[in-house]
Design a protein around this ligand. Sequence first.
Ligand code: G1P
Length: 286
Amino acid sequence: MIKKAVLPVAGLGTRFLPASKATPKEMLPIIDKPLVQYAVEEAVDIGIDEIVFIISEDKYSIERHFQKNTNIEKRLIENGKTEFIEKLNPKIFSNVKFHYVNQDEQNGLGHAVLLAEPIIAGDPFALLLPDELFFARESCLNQISEIFNKTNSSTIAVTKVDEKNIHKYGVIKPGKVENNAILLEDIVEKPLKEDAPSDIAVSGRYILTPTIFNHLKKIGPGKSGEIQITDAIKTLINEENVYAKIYEGEKFDCGSKLGFVHATIALALKDPSISENIKKIIKEIV
Ligand code: G1P
């Protein structure tokens, strides 16, 4: 069973300036919950109880967000608003150990993951990119952890993507289907559409065996001159099976303005306290 997760949150968030100037982009809310909390809940939901944030200096509000806030709790009790305490200090977080590791240089996703190695300490682990928000009956991480639990092999979530967007993603070359998943033959980071080995793109959820760290140390800079997790998976395939599971559910790329607004509208329409009014508002606007 997977007990540890890595969440890289050190990016600059330039696409969300000026909102991301004093507030990390991962703390921007979709309705009333910061984006990063959706990923943390997805991890805790499959039994993960140790979370490693790869963070940058200006993002201390993420650390504060996952600490218990006794001051506000006290004031809620004084004002008789005890029904908000669970929202403020969710019980599920009290058994989670949060670690914060600084990434001083922007040297890619692979570099960020490598910084977690001392805490991961030889265990398999989940990697969640909080920019991607998944909404499904069975969470994306749960869908891939089922494959991991059966195979003990690294498993990544994938989705089919339009040809015109394929250059934004890691893209897999699918092999045979076994254990209800696709065996990877190859993987390429952000190929040109004419070089893409398929239309199946890597989404932001991975379960990786600790062997990945050896590969992360061996590969040099890849796309954009950065250490890419995709390149380490590419060489991992020569040593171990790696599976891909086509994710079943909705997915929002909240790293872009369009995806962020899409997620906000979609989740608002699922929120019974506002959905009817939101529908009316959308009709009026359109
Ligand atoms: C990263 C990975 C890429 C993956 C994508 C999913 O890219 O490098 O392989 O497809 O996440 O969101 P990024 O979006 O951080 O540039």
